[in-house]
Design a protein around this ligand. Structure first.
Ligand SMILES: CC(C)(COP(=O)(O)OP(=O)(O)OC[C@H]1O[C@@H](n2cnc3c(N)ncnc32)[C@H](O)[C@@H]1OP(=O)(O)O)[C@@H](O)C(=O)NCCC(=O)NCCS
Length: 156
């Protein structure tokens, strides 16, 4: 007898809205040592015209999100997180591929980000998706005096 599991759940990526913030903040708090607050997300969604945020929904549940800033002809990823119990199933990669497609459509030439030196899981994800280390910012995360790795992917 062959055992087959089909995952037929629906995945949607859409723009983040203020109404999403309760769910987003729950994920944020469980994902980061210095989580962003409601006010920061509010500023990003409503006032920062160079910012764009997306949520990933699975069967109408928000299971992840990603934010970016448009800087000239590049995207800078500000934030990416996947709800704990949905991690390591490819959803982070799906969000990165999604913004890459958007970048290509908008003639964006590169995507960059900062990641903590200790965050090996995220570094693995970025490397697997084609991001390369371009420089190190010493003590970028001041509270913990932790370095940031700046990673970048050039697009064709
Ligand atoms: C980083 C994060 C977004 C990754 O999302 P995810 O959906 O779990 O990642 P994916 O399943 O798409 O995995 C992509 C790659 O990341 C790496 N990865 C993911 N989970 C990993 C783990 N537990 N251990 C080691 N590498 C891992 C692997 O290289 C993986 O590729 P593979 O499955 O072919 O080995 C998620 O772990 C998260 O939300 N972490 C907390 C927030 C955070 O650190 N954000 C990044 C800030 S820079």
């Amino acid at each position: 007898m062959i055992n087959v599991n089909y995952d037929i759940s629906k995945i949607i990526i859409r723009s983040m809205e203020l109404d999403d913030l309760e769910e987003v903040l729950n994920i944020e708090k469980k994902s980061f040592s210095n989580p962003w607050t409601y006010n920061i997300f509010y500023y990003e969604l409503i006032q920062n015209r160079y910012a764009k945020y997306f949520v990933l929904e699975k069967n109408k549940e928000i299971i992840g999100y990603l934010g970016l800033w448009l800087r000239g002809r590049s995207f800078h990823i500000t934030n990416i997180a996947i709800k704990e119990r949905w991690r390591n199933r490819g959803y982070g990669g799906i969000l990165l591929r999604f913004i890459e497609k958007m970048a290509t459509k908008h003639k964006v030439e590169k995507i960059s980000l900062e990641v903590r030196r200790s965050n090996l899981i995220a570094q693995n994800m970025y490397r697997k998706c084609g991001y390369k280390l371009i420089k190190i910012r010493k003590n970028y995360y001041q509270a913990e005096k932790e370095d940031a790795l700046v990673m970048e992917k050039k697009l064709n």
